[in-house]
Ligand binder design. Structure first.
Ligand code: CO
Length: 484
Protein backbone atom coordinates (compact mmCIF):
# COMPACT_ATOMS: atom_id res chain seq x y z
CA UNK A 1 0.00 0.00 0.00
CA UNK A 2 1.19 3.47 -0.83
CA UNK A 3 1.59 5.89 2.04
CA UNK A 4 0.29 9.40 1.53
CA UNK A 5 3.11 11.90 1.67
CA UNK A 6 1.73 15.01 3.34
CA UNK A 7 4.94 17.05 3.38
CA UNK A 8 4.60 19.90 0.89
CA UNK A 9 7.06 19.69 -1.99
CA UNK A 10 8.14 23.32 -1.55
CA UNK A 11 8.38 26.12 0.94
CA UNK A 12 6.64 29.38 0.01
CA UNK A 13 9.51 31.59 1.25
CA UNK A 14 11.92 29.68 -0.99
CA UNK A 15 9.60 30.17 -3.95
CA UNK A 16 9.20 33.91 -3.24
CA UNK A 17 12.95 34.54 -3.43
CA UNK A 18 12.88 33.77 -7.15
CA UNK A 19 10.96 37.01 -7.65
CA UNK A 20 13.79 39.30 -6.55
CA UNK A 21 14.93 41.72 -9.25
CA UNK A 22 18.28 40.99 -10.86
CA UNK A 23 19.88 44.38 -11.49
CA UNK A 24 23.29 43.14 -12.58
CA UNK A 25 24.14 42.40 -16.20
CA UNK A 26 26.67 39.60 -16.60
CA UNK A 27 28.93 38.16 -19.28
CA UNK A 28 31.11 35.15 -18.39
CA UNK A 29 32.04 31.58 -19.28
CA UNK A 30 30.15 29.16 -17.07
CA UNK A 31 32.67 27.10 -15.10
CA UNK A 32 30.54 25.56 -12.34
CA UNK A 33 29.25 22.54 -14.23
CA UNK A 34 28.00 19.20 -13.01
CA UNK A 35 28.14 16.55 -15.71
CA UNK A 36 29.31 17.41 -19.19
CA UNK A 37 28.01 19.74 -21.89
CA UNK A 38 27.40 17.58 -24.98
CA UNK A 39 30.14 18.60 -27.44
CA UNK A 40 27.67 18.48 -30.35
CA UNK A 41 25.49 21.13 -28.68
CA UNK A 42 26.25 24.20 -30.82
CA UNK A 43 24.06 27.24 -30.80
CA UNK A 44 22.43 29.73 -28.49
CA UNK A 45 19.57 29.46 -26.05
CA UNK A 46 17.75 32.78 -25.66
CA UNK A 47 15.24 33.39 -22.91
CA UNK A 48 13.10 36.34 -21.88
CA UNK A 49 11.30 37.19 -18.66
CA UNK A 50 10.73 39.98 -16.18
CA UNK A 51 14.15 40.73 -14.68
CA UNK A 52 13.04 43.80 -12.80
CA UNK A 53 10.19 43.35 -10.30
CA UNK A 54 10.54 46.73 -8.60
CA UNK A 55 11.94 50.18 -9.15
CA UNK A 56 13.94 51.44 -6.28
CA UNK A 57 11.91 49.27 -3.91
CA UNK A 58 8.52 50.17 -5.43
CA UNK A 59 7.08 46.80 -6.42
CA UNK A 60 5.34 46.17 -9.71
CA UNK A 61 1.90 44.78 -8.97
CA UNK A 62 2.44 41.64 -11.05
CA UNK A 63 5.52 39.97 -12.58
CA UNK A 64 3.94 40.38 -16.05
CA UNK A 65 4.50 44.14 -15.59
CA UNK A 66 8.24 43.62 -14.99
CA UNK A 67 10.81 44.83 -17.52
CA UNK A 68 12.18 42.17 -19.86
CA UNK A 69 15.66 40.84 -19.38
CA UNK A 70 17.20 38.60 -22.03
CA UNK A 71 19.44 35.71 -21.07
CA UNK A 72 21.66 34.10 -23.69
CA UNK A 73 23.61 30.90 -23.15
CA UNK A 74 25.86 30.26 -26.14
CA UNK A 75 27.29 26.76 -26.61
CA UNK A 76 30.34 25.74 -28.60
CA UNK A 77 32.83 22.87 -28.27
CA UNK A 78 31.53 21.77 -24.89
CA UNK A 79 31.69 25.24 -23.36
CA UNK A 80 28.94 27.72 -22.52
CA UNK A 81 28.95 31.49 -22.17
CA UNK A 82 26.27 33.33 -20.22
CA UNK A 83 25.01 36.85 -20.81
CA UNK A 84 22.00 38.77 -19.56
CA UNK A 85 20.84 42.29 -20.35
CA UNK A 86 17.71 44.36 -19.91
CA UNK A 87 15.82 45.35 -23.02
CA UNK A 88 16.34 49.10 -23.02
CA UNK A 89 12.79 50.03 -23.85
CA UNK A 90 11.62 53.61 -23.77
CA UNK A 91 9.84 52.89 -20.46
CA UNK A 92 12.80 51.14 -18.88
CA UNK A 93 15.16 54.01 -19.68
CA UNK A 94 12.69 56.65 -18.44
CA UNK A 95 11.94 54.83 -15.17
CA UNK A 96 15.58 54.04 -14.46
CA UNK A 97 16.45 57.70 -14.94
CA UNK A 98 13.56 58.85 -12.73
CA UNK A 99 14.15 56.03 -10.20
CA UNK A 100 10.39 55.59 -9.84
CA UNK A 101 7.37 54.03 -11.57
CA UNK A 102 6.14 56.31 -14.36
CA UNK A 103 3.75 54.01 -16.20
CA UNK A 104 0.68 52.01 -15.39
CA UNK A 105 1.07 48.30 -16.04
CA UNK A 106 -1.44 46.05 -17.77
CA UNK A 107 -1.53 43.83 -14.69
CA UNK A 108 -2.22 46.48 -12.10
CA UNK A 109 0.97 48.41 -11.51
CA UNK A 110 -0.11 51.97 -10.80
CA UNK A 111 1.86 55.15 -10.68
CA UNK A 112 2.24 56.41 -7.11
CA UNK A 113 -0.38 58.97 -6.13
CA UNK A 114 -3.55 56.88 -6.09
CA UNK A 115 -6.30 56.86 -8.66
CA UNK A 116 -6.00 60.55 -9.49
CA UNK A 117 -2.44 60.08 -10.78
CA UNK A 118 -3.68 57.21 -12.96
CA UNK A 119 -6.98 58.73 -14.08
CA UNK A 120 -7.41 58.37 -17.86
CA UNK A 121 -3.70 57.61 -18.30
CA UNK A 122 -3.80 54.91 -20.98
CA UNK A 123 -0.11 55.03 -21.81
CA UNK A 124 1.14 51.45 -21.56
CA UNK A 125 4.76 50.48 -21.08
CA UNK A 126 6.03 47.99 -23.66
CA UNK A 127 7.97 45.79 -21.25
CA UNK A 128 9.31 43.47 -24.01
CA UNK A 129 9.37 40.63 -21.47
CA UNK A 130 7.47 37.66 -22.91
CA UNK A 131 9.49 35.87 -25.57
CA UNK A 132 12.61 36.22 -27.70
CA UNK A 133 13.17 34.82 -31.19
CA UNK A 134 15.96 34.87 -33.73
CA UNK A 135 14.49 35.32 -37.21
CA UNK A 136 15.88 36.68 -40.47
CA UNK A 137 19.12 37.72 -38.75
CA UNK A 138 17.25 39.68 -36.11
CA UNK A 139 16.98 38.98 -32.40
CA UNK A 140 13.54 40.21 -31.33
CA UNK A 141 12.13 40.64 -27.82
CA UNK A 142 8.36 40.22 -27.98
CA UNK A 143 5.44 41.60 -25.98
CA UNK A 144 1.94 40.99 -27.25
CA UNK A 145 0.51 44.51 -27.13
CA UNK A 146 3.17 46.28 -29.23
CA UNK A 147 5.84 45.77 -31.90
CA UNK A 148 9.11 43.91 -31.12
CA UNK A 149 12.32 45.41 -29.81
CA UNK A 150 15.36 44.40 -31.82
CA UNK A 151 18.58 43.44 -30.04
CA UNK A 152 22.14 42.65 -31.01
CA UNK A 153 22.29 38.83 -30.70
CA UNK A 154 25.91 38.82 -29.54
CA UNK A 155 26.05 41.45 -26.80
CA UNK A 156 22.25 41.83 -26.30
CA UNK A 157 22.39 45.62 -26.76
CA UNK A 158 19.01 47.11 -27.64
CA UNK A 159 18.81 48.47 -31.19
CA UNK A 160 15.24 49.77 -30.93
CA UNK A 161 11.63 49.13 -31.88
CA UNK A 162 11.45 47.07 -35.05
CA UNK A 163 8.57 47.07 -37.55
CA UNK A 164 9.98 44.07 -39.44
CA UNK A 165 11.02 46.10 -42.48
CA UNK A 166 7.62 47.68 -42.87
CA UNK A 167 5.51 44.56 -42.27
CA UNK A 168 4.03 46.13 -39.15
CA UNK A 169 2.15 49.35 -39.85
CA UNK A 170 1.06 52.04 -37.40
CA UNK A 171 -1.12 50.49 -34.70
CA UNK A 172 -0.16 46.89 -35.57
CA UNK A 173 0.95 44.58 -32.80
CA UNK A 174 2.95 41.34 -32.96
CA UNK A 175 2.19 38.67 -30.38
CA UNK A 176 4.77 36.91 -28.23
CA UNK A 177 3.81 33.44 -29.50
CA UNK A 178 4.92 33.01 -33.11
CA UNK A 179 5.00 29.46 -34.48
CA UNK A 180 7.53 28.20 -36.98
CA UNK A 181 6.05 25.99 -39.69
CA UNK A 182 8.64 23.55 -41.05
CA UNK A 183 6.17 21.68 -43.28
CA UNK A 184 8.10 22.78 -46.39
CA UNK A 185 11.37 21.53 -44.94
CA UNK A 186 14.06 22.97 -42.68
CA UNK A 187 15.34 25.11 -45.57
CA UNK A 188 11.99 26.85 -45.98
CA UNK A 189 10.78 27.76 -42.51
CA UNK A 190 7.75 30.03 -42.29
CA UNK A 191 7.16 32.21 -39.25
CA UNK A 192 3.45 32.45 -38.52
CA UNK A 193 2.32 35.02 -35.98
CA UNK A 194 -0.67 37.11 -35.08
CA UNK A 195 -1.60 40.38 -33.45
CA UNK A 196 -4.79 41.05 -31.52
CA UNK A 197 -6.54 44.38 -31.21
CA UNK A 198 -9.38 43.82 -28.74
CA UNK A 199 -12.46 45.98 -28.44
CA UNK A 200 -16.22 45.57 -28.77
CA UNK A 201 -15.20 43.39 -31.68
CA UNK A 202 -11.67 42.07 -31.99
CA UNK A 203 -9.36 42.21 -35.00
CA UNK A 204 -6.87 39.40 -35.41
CA UNK A 205 -4.08 39.99 -37.93
CA UNK A 206 -2.28 36.92 -39.22
CA UNK A 207 1.26 37.26 -40.58
CA UNK A 208 3.41 34.76 -42.43
CA UNK A 209 7.09 35.58 -43.01
CA UNK A 210 9.71 33.65 -44.95
CA UNK A 211 13.21 33.01 -43.66
CA UNK A 212 14.44 36.34 -45.03
CA UNK A 213 11.70 38.17 -43.14
CA UNK A 214 9.69 38.87 -46.31
CA UNK A 215 5.92 39.00 -45.85
CA UNK A 216 4.30 36.03 -47.62
CA UNK A 217 0.79 36.62 -46.40
CA UNK A 218 -1.21 38.96 -44.24
CA UNK A 219 -4.89 38.75 -43.44
CA UNK A 220 -7.17 40.51 -40.97
CA UNK A 221 -10.10 38.72 -39.38
CA UNK A 222 -12.73 40.32 -37.20
CA UNK A 223 -14.46 38.28 -34.51
CA UNK A 224 -17.37 39.52 -32.39
CA UNK A 225 -16.79 40.53 -28.79
CA UNK A 226 -13.79 41.18 -26.60
CA UNK A 227 -10.97 38.65 -26.87
CA UNK A 228 -7.97 37.90 -24.71
CA UNK A 229 -5.75 35.69 -26.89
CA UNK A 230 -2.20 35.10 -25.69
CA UNK A 231 -1.26 32.14 -27.89
CA UNK A 232 -2.49 30.25 -30.95
CA UNK A 233 -1.79 27.03 -32.79
CA UNK A 234 -1.16 26.18 -36.43
CA UNK A 235 -1.54 23.29 -38.84
CA UNK A 236 -0.43 23.41 -42.50
CA UNK A 237 -3.89 24.73 -43.43
CA UNK A 238 -5.21 26.55 -40.38
CA UNK A 239 -4.46 28.99 -37.62
CA UNK A 240 -6.50 28.21 -34.52
CA UNK A 241 -7.49 30.79 -31.93
CA UNK A 242 -9.29 30.12 -28.69
CA UNK A 243 -11.46 32.99 -27.53
CA UNK A 244 -11.74 32.60 -23.77
CA UNK A 245 -15.13 33.29 -22.18
CA UNK A 246 -14.20 36.68 -20.75
CA UNK A 247 -15.98 39.92 -20.01
CA UNK A 248 -14.05 43.15 -20.07
CA UNK A 249 -15.28 46.10 -18.05
CA UNK A 250 -12.92 48.96 -18.88
CA UNK A 251 -14.38 51.48 -16.46
CA UNK A 252 -12.09 50.86 -13.45
CA UNK A 253 -9.15 50.96 -15.86
CA UNK A 254 -10.20 54.23 -17.47
CA UNK A 255 -10.89 55.76 -14.07
CA UNK A 256 -7.48 54.77 -12.79
CA UNK A 257 -8.44 52.22 -10.14
CA UNK A 258 -7.19 49.12 -11.91
CA UNK A 259 -4.90 47.93 -14.69
CA UNK A 260 -6.52 46.71 -17.91
CA UNK A 261 -5.65 43.10 -17.09
CA UNK A 262 -7.51 43.40 -13.79
CA UNK A 263 -10.77 44.27 -15.56
CA UNK A 264 -11.04 40.83 -17.16
CA UNK A 265 -13.83 38.74 -15.75
CA UNK A 266 -13.81 35.02 -16.50
CA UNK A 267 -17.27 33.60 -17.25
CA UNK A 268 -17.36 29.92 -16.35
CA UNK A 269 -21.04 29.86 -17.39
CA UNK A 270 -20.19 30.53 -21.03
CA UNK A 271 -18.39 28.33 -23.56
CA UNK A 272 -15.11 29.27 -25.16
CA UNK A 273 -15.07 29.83 -28.91
CA UNK A 274 -12.57 28.06 -31.11
CA UNK A 275 -11.91 30.04 -34.31
CA UNK A 276 -10.52 27.92 -37.11
CA UNK A 277 -8.97 30.35 -39.57
CA UNK A 278 -7.72 29.12 -42.96
CA UNK A 279 -4.21 30.43 -43.51
CA UNK A 280 -5.28 31.23 -47.08
CA UNK A 281 -6.88 34.61 -46.70
CA UNK A 282 -9.78 34.14 -49.11
CA UNK A 283 -11.39 31.20 -47.32
CA UNK A 284 -14.04 31.73 -44.64
CA UNK A 285 -13.30 30.93 -41.01
CA UNK A 286 -15.39 28.62 -38.83
CA UNK A 287 -16.25 28.78 -35.17
CA UNK A 288 -16.99 25.98 -32.70
CA UNK A 289 -17.95 26.19 -29.04
CA UNK A 290 -16.74 24.16 -26.08
CA UNK A 291 -16.31 24.32 -22.32
CA UNK A 292 -12.57 24.81 -22.05
CA UNK A 293 -11.96 26.82 -18.89
CA UNK A 294 -9.32 29.50 -19.35
CA UNK A 295 -6.40 28.98 -21.71
CA UNK A 296 -3.11 30.84 -22.10
CA UNK A 297 -1.05 28.27 -23.99
CA UNK A 298 -1.43 25.57 -26.61
CA UNK A 299 1.05 22.74 -27.00
CA UNK A 300 0.31 21.96 -30.63
CA UNK A 301 -2.41 21.26 -33.19
CA UNK A 302 -2.60 18.85 -36.11
CA UNK A 303 -4.95 17.50 -38.76
CA UNK A 304 -5.80 13.79 -38.69
CA UNK A 305 -8.79 11.53 -39.42
CA UNK A 306 -10.69 14.41 -41.03
CA UNK A 307 -10.53 16.42 -37.79
CA UNK A 308 -8.27 18.99 -36.16
CA UNK A 309 -6.75 18.22 -32.79
CA UNK A 310 -5.80 21.02 -30.42
CA UNK A 311 -3.74 20.35 -27.26
CA UNK A 312 -3.97 23.08 -24.63
CA UNK A 313 -3.35 23.88 -20.97
CA UNK A 314 -6.70 24.65 -19.33
CA UNK A 315 -7.56 26.29 -16.02
CA UNK A 316 -10.98 25.91 -14.46
CA UNK A 317 -11.04 29.65 -13.94
CA UNK A 318 -8.89 32.75 -14.30
CA UNK A 319 -7.94 34.26 -10.97
CA UNK A 320 -8.45 38.00 -10.94
CA UNK A 321 -5.45 40.12 -10.01
CA UNK A 322 -6.90 42.06 -7.08
CA UNK A 323 -5.85 45.65 -6.48
CA UNK A 324 -4.66 45.06 -2.90
CA UNK A 325 -3.17 41.59 -3.42
CA UNK A 326 0.50 40.59 -3.34
CA UNK A 327 1.37 37.95 -5.95
CA UNK A 328 4.19 36.70 -3.75
CA UNK A 329 1.59 35.59 -1.20
CA UNK A 330 -0.17 33.33 -3.74
CA UNK A 331 -2.20 30.67 -1.97
CA UNK A 332 -1.55 27.83 -4.39
CA UNK A 333 -4.15 25.57 -2.75
CA UNK A 334 -6.93 28.06 -3.49
CA UNK A 335 -6.28 28.15 -7.24
CA UNK A 336 -7.10 25.59 -9.88
CA UNK A 337 -4.09 23.96 -11.58
CA UNK A 338 -3.42 24.09 -15.29
CA UNK A 339 -4.18 20.73 -16.89
CA UNK A 340 -3.50 19.36 -20.36
CA UNK A 341 -6.51 18.70 -22.58
CA UNK A 342 -6.93 17.56 -26.16
CA UNK A 343 -9.83 19.03 -28.16
CA UNK A 344 -10.98 17.13 -31.22
CA UNK A 345 -12.54 19.68 -33.56
CA UNK A 346 -15.00 18.15 -35.99
CA UNK A 347 -15.62 20.92 -38.51
CA UNK A 348 -18.31 19.05 -40.46
CA UNK A 349 -20.42 18.22 -37.40
CA UNK A 350 -19.46 21.52 -35.70
CA UNK A 351 -18.66 19.54 -32.56
CA UNK A 352 -15.79 19.60 -30.10
CA UNK A 353 -14.82 16.53 -28.06
CA UNK A 354 -12.55 17.35 -25.11
CA UNK A 355 -10.35 14.73 -23.45
CA UNK A 356 -7.99 15.23 -20.52
CA UNK A 357 -4.43 14.09 -21.19
CA UNK A 358 -2.73 15.16 -17.98
CA UNK A 359 -4.35 16.03 -14.65
CA UNK A 360 -1.10 16.99 -12.92
CA UNK A 361 -0.63 20.74 -12.52
CA UNK A 362 1.29 21.80 -15.63
CA UNK A 363 2.28 24.80 -17.77
CA UNK A 364 4.80 25.76 -20.50
CA UNK A 365 4.44 22.96 -23.07
CA UNK A 366 7.23 22.26 -25.56
CA UNK A 367 7.67 19.87 -28.49
CA UNK A 368 10.20 18.97 -31.14
CA UNK A 369 9.93 22.06 -33.41
CA UNK A 370 9.95 19.91 -36.54
CA UNK A 371 6.48 18.62 -35.62
CA UNK A 372 4.86 22.00 -35.09
CA UNK A 373 1.41 21.69 -36.66
CA UNK A 374 1.75 17.94 -37.19
CA UNK A 375 0.83 14.79 -35.34
CA UNK A 376 3.49 14.31 -32.68
CA UNK A 377 4.28 11.78 -30.01
CA UNK A 378 6.28 13.50 -27.28
CA UNK A 379 5.40 16.50 -25.17
CA UNK A 380 7.68 18.14 -22.58
CA UNK A 381 6.12 20.36 -19.96
CA UNK A 382 6.77 22.02 -16.60
CA UNK A 383 4.81 20.30 -13.81
CA UNK A 384 4.28 20.34 -10.06
CA UNK A 385 6.30 17.80 -8.10
CA UNK A 386 3.10 16.18 -6.80
CA UNK A 387 0.56 14.47 -9.06
CA UNK A 388 -2.35 16.23 -7.32
CA UNK A 389 -3.12 19.81 -6.39
CA UNK A 390 -1.84 23.19 -7.47
CA UNK A 391 1.79 24.13 -6.80
CA UNK A 392 4.73 25.94 -8.43
CA UNK A 393 6.42 24.14 -11.31
CA UNK A 394 9.29 22.09 -9.90
CA UNK A 395 9.68 19.27 -12.38
CA UNK A 396 9.79 18.51 -16.11
CA UNK A 397 7.48 15.83 -17.45
CA UNK A 398 7.77 13.98 -20.74
CA UNK A 399 4.48 12.57 -21.97
CA UNK A 400 4.34 9.86 -24.60
CA UNK A 401 1.01 10.57 -26.28
CA UNK A 402 0.99 7.14 -27.89
CA UNK A 403 1.53 4.97 -24.79
CA UNK A 404 0.58 7.61 -22.18
CA UNK A 405 3.81 6.78 -20.41
CA UNK A 406 5.13 9.64 -18.26
CA UNK A 407 8.68 10.35 -17.18
CA UNK A 408 9.60 13.01 -14.64
CA UNK A 409 12.74 14.86 -13.67
CA UNK A 410 12.26 16.91 -10.52
CA UNK A 411 14.16 19.79 -8.93
CA UNK A 412 12.05 19.71 -5.72
CA UNK A 413 12.11 20.62 -2.92
CA UNK A 414 14.51 23.59 -3.34
CA UNK A 415 14.43 24.00 -7.11
CA UNK A 416 11.80 25.63 -9.34
CA UNK A 417 11.76 25.05 -13.08
CA UNK A 418 10.78 27.24 -16.01
CA UNK A 419 9.73 26.52 -19.59
CA UNK A 420 11.46 23.44 -21.02
CA UNK A 421 13.00 24.09 -24.43
CA UNK A 422 13.54 21.15 -26.77
CA UNK A 423 16.84 21.20 -28.65
CA UNK A 424 16.96 18.65 -31.49
CA UNK A 425 20.22 16.85 -32.18
CA UNK A 426 21.61 17.97 -35.55
CA UNK A 427 21.02 14.63 -37.22
CA UNK A 428 18.05 13.13 -35.45
CA UNK A 429 17.35 9.41 -35.25
CA UNK A 430 13.97 9.79 -33.52
CA UNK A 431 11.49 12.50 -32.50
CA UNK A 432 12.95 12.64 -28.99
CA UNK A 433 16.61 12.60 -30.05
CA UNK A 434 17.93 15.75 -28.44
CA UNK A 435 17.90 17.63 -25.17
CA UNK A 436 15.49 19.50 -22.99
CA UNK A 437 16.93 22.62 -21.37
CA UNK A 438 15.29 24.56 -18.56
CA UNK A 439 16.51 27.37 -16.34
CA UNK A 440 15.93 26.41 -12.72
CA UNK A 441 15.92 28.64 -9.68
CA UNK A 442 17.80 26.94 -6.83
CA UNK A 443 16.50 28.58 -3.66
CA UNK A 444 19.06 26.78 -1.47
CA UNK A 445 21.82 28.92 -3.02
CA UNK A 446 19.67 31.79 -4.37
CA UNK A 447 21.23 31.03 -7.74
CA UNK A 448 19.89 29.82 -11.06
CA UNK A 449 21.20 26.97 -13.17
CA UNK A 450 20.53 25.58 -16.60
CA UNK A 451 19.55 21.93 -16.47
CA UNK A 452 20.20 19.99 -19.68
CA UNK A 453 18.28 16.71 -19.82
CA UNK A 454 18.46 13.87 -22.32
CA UNK A 455 15.08 14.15 -24.05
CA UNK A 456 14.83 10.39 -24.51
CA UNK A 457 14.76 9.48 -20.83
CA UNK A 458 14.92 12.84 -19.00
CA UNK A 459 18.18 11.90 -17.30
CA UNK A 460 20.35 14.87 -16.29
CA UNK A 461 23.18 15.41 -18.77
CA UNK A 462 24.61 18.61 -17.30
CA UNK A 463 23.76 21.28 -14.75
CA UNK A 464 25.33 24.67 -15.50
CA UNK A 465 25.31 26.74 -12.32
CA UNK A 466 25.20 30.50 -12.75
CA UNK A 467 26.95 32.81 -10.31
CA UNK A 468 23.66 34.54 -9.39
CA UNK A 469 19.91 34.16 -9.72
CA UNK A 470 17.68 35.04 -12.65
CA UNK A 471 14.03 35.79 -11.73
CA UNK A 472 11.39 33.35 -13.00
CA UNK A 473 11.05 33.79 -16.74
CA UNK A 474 8.55 33.26 -19.51
CA UNK A 475 9.51 32.00 -22.96
CA UNK A 476 12.60 31.41 -25.02
CA UNK A 477 14.01 29.74 -28.12
CA UNK A 478 16.97 27.77 -29.32
CA UNK A 479 18.86 28.70 -32.46
CA UNK A 480 21.70 26.77 -34.10
CA UNK A 481 23.64 30.03 -34.50
CA UNK A 482 26.48 30.49 -32.05
CA UNK A 483 26.95 34.12 -31.08
CA UNK A 484 30.32 34.97 -29.61
CO1 CO B 1 3.04 32.69 -23.11
Amino acid sequence: MQTVDIQPSFNIENWQKGYQSQLEEYDYWIDDIEGEIPPELNGTLFRNGPGLLDINGQLFHHPFDGDGTICAIAFQNGRARFRNKFVRTEGFLAEQAARKILYRGVFGTQKPGGWLANFLDLKQKNVANTNVIYWADKLLALWEADVPYRLNPTNLDTIGLDRLDGVLKDGDVFSAHPRVDLSEGADNPVLVNFGVKPGLSTTISLYELDKAGKLLNRSNRVIPGFAFIHDFAITPNYAIFLQNAIDFNPLPYLLGFKGAGQCLNFRSDRPAKVWVVPRQANKPMQVLETQAGFIFHHANAFEADGAIYLDSICYESLPTVEADSDYRQTDFDSLSPGQLWRFKLDLAAKKVAPQQLLSRCCEFPSINPELMGHQYRYLYIGVAHRPQGNAPLQAILKLDLETRQERIWSAAPQGFVSEPIFIPRNVQTSEDDGWVATLIYDSSMHRSALAILDARNLSAVATLRLKHHIPYGLHGTWTNHYFD
